[in-house]
Design a protein around this ligand. Structure first.
Ligand SMILES: *[C@@H]1O[C@H](CO)[C@@H](O)[C@H](O)[C@H]1NC(C)=O
Ligand SMILES: *[C@@H]1O[C@H](CO)[C@@H](O)[C@H](O)[C@H]1NC(C)=O
Ligand SMILES: *[C@@H]1O[C@H](CO)[C@@H](O)[C@H](O)[C@H]1NC(C)=O
Length: 483
């Protein structure tokens, strides 16, 4: 029997139509199912794969229509049965010297076409999903940008589903980059500065991939691995899940108090708080997971915490943008557009936003609850300029939790960071957020932005304008500066 109206409300929103990067499993946001429930992506034609090589379409004319700006889309075949989809856009300015940015959406199991078409690509989906418009604040204004669907099985990528941890995903992306940078079209970018930008589950992917790239570079130098060193200089993590133990109390605090409105009643808050603090509760389960916990311990922690804390505390609001009721129709769905364009860009499978089998493989290892903060610390201490950012209207990876994670960082810049006061981040003279810099680390909270930060606008600024300023400054190896 339901003990209150709010209990009912808390469960209902996730049973209907719901489009987002993080799957809803048996009515639970980020839940854990005992049975896999979706099919693998369908192969449209029997793909003649070329292991260790790219298969591409050049200059399809889709999305980026700026004259003279090149693009390449297609597959990097890790093996005969593991194909990674990518879509590369040249920088609109100075592509030969501009840095190369890799982009990864989260899930786990969600496609990076989300970032391309809903957030910061050369074109963005229209609100009726029928077409795209050129994006004046595209991240390829200043950088060569490579959107990658990973792991295998996600988005247009297809093949054997072998990946169930961020570490396994990192190894595949390192291999993909070896293939990409060996291709004659792209060898010239081996020397350019390289960046990883990511969001959401990217709070795990970003630090893990970056730390793996650095470790492989060291192994190449030591002669124990052969390969192309990856010239990693920048890391950007938006609205990310990095350190669950530090971040989960943020759900309770944000649901109770945020810049918009409380998400649930005080009785729901209080029940979630008990689920956090009780001796067998979420805090204790994540702690066990982080102290050498087995996959089943970590998976059980994910199930418990998301059933009892993450999911119920969202109430009736869109978890990716709390000012609106769930589900917010914005940003518009990109499925029909992508499947309409698939053959023109060289894609071979039916695109879906999320592959729930990939998600299930991660849920089975409990990767969700493992701590990626040590990798983030390694990367920051290694001199990779790093920014963590968060939209203040996002619940699912809210700024309260992310700022607690940032405050918990133990790096050579952390003492300085703690001494800094937040400053207003202005863009074209308008207030757009608040930020801190310390050494080559920065953090910014962006006002009015939901989970997909570059998809939103604030005040009189245009959609994506604040995010573009942040991206441009970091990619120029600068600290954040108000303009
Ligand atoms: C699309 O919808 C968003 C959210 O409602 C709105 O802010 C934006 O102005 C709309 N875009 C256009 C071109 O109407
Ligand atoms: C959560 O419970 C703890 C321990 O009982 C208490 O100190 C804290 O104030 C509670 N927080 C909320 C938001 O209810
Ligand atoms: C970026 O700036 C930092 C600190 O100012 C410097 O140490 C580093 O070498 C620079 N990196 C690049 C790629 O220019």
């Amino acid at each position: 029997m339901f003990s209150s109206f709010y209990t009912l409300l808390a469960v209902l929103p996730f049973t209907g139509v719901f489009a987002g990067q993080i799957p809803v499993i048996d009515g639970v946001l980020g839940g854990v199912s005992s049975s896999a429930n979706l099919v693998r992506p369908q192969i449209l034609k029997s793909a003649a794969t070329t292991p260790g090589k790219l298969r591409v379409v050049e200059n399809s004319g889709i999305c980026e229509t700026t004259p003279g700006v090149g693009q390449v889309s297609g597959y990097g075949d890790l093996t005969a049965t593991e194909s990674i989809w990518f879509w590369f856009f040249e920088s609109r300015k100075n592509p030969a010297t501009a840095p190369l940015a890799l982009w990864f959406n989260g899930g786990p199991g969600s496609s990076s076409m989300i970032g391309l078409l809903q957030e910061h690509g050369p074109c963005r989906i229209t609100n009726d999903s029928s077409s795209v418009t050129l994006n004046p604040f595209s991240w390829n204004n200043e950088a060569n940008v490579l959107y990658i669907d990973q792991p295998v099985g996600v988005g247009f990528s297809h093949g054997d589903l072998k990946v169930g941890t961020s570490q396994q995903a990192a190894a595949d992306i390192w291999s993909f980059m070896q293939i990409f940078l060996s291709d004659s079209r792209f060898t010239k970018y081996q020397k350019n500065n390289l960046a990883i930008w990511t969001e959401s589950y990217g709070g795990h992917y970003g630090p893990t991939f970056a730390a793996h790239f650095l470790a492989q570079n060291a192994a190449i130098s030591a002669g124990t691995v052969s390969g192309i060193p990856l010239n990693l200089k920048f890391l950007g993590v938006g609205d990310g899940l990095t350190d669950p133990l530090t971040q989960y109390p943020g759900y309770i605090a944000y649901a109770a108090s945020n810049p918009y409105h409380p998400l649930v009643s005080s009785s729901v808050i209080s029940r979630a708080n008990t689920s956090w603090t009780s001796s067998t509760g979420c805090k204790s389960q994540i702690t066990k997971c982080n102290n050498g916990g087995t996959n089943s311990v970590c998976s059980a922690a994910q199930s418990f915490c998301n059933n009892n804390i993450l999911s119920p505390l969202a109430g009736n609001f869109d978890v990716y943008y709390v000012p609106t009721a769930n589900p917010d129709p914005y940003p518009a769905d990109i499925t029909s557009y992508l499947n309409k364009m698939a053959s023109k860009i060289g894609a071979e499978s039916t695109w879906k936003e999320t592959n729930n089998n990939v998600y299930s493989n991660f849920a089975a290892t409990g990767d969700w609850m493992r701590n990626s903060r040590p990798d983030l610390e390694t990367v920051i201490n290694a001199g990779v300029r790093t920014i963590v950012f968060d939209g203040d209207a996002d619940y699912i990876l809210n700024f309260v939790g992310v700022e607690a994670m940032v405050d918990a960082l133990n790096t050579k810049f952390s003492a300085t960071f703690k001494q800094q006061q937040f400053q207003t981040y202005t863009v074209a003279g308008q207030s757009a957020g608040q930020f801190k810099n310390a050494g080559t680390f920065s953090y910014v909270r962006i006002y009015g932005a939901g989970h997909e930060v570059p998809a939103y606008k604030f005040g009189n600024l245009a959609v994506g304008q604040a995010a573009a300023q942040m991206f441009t400054q970091i990619m120029a190896n600068q600290s954040l500066t108000s303009t």
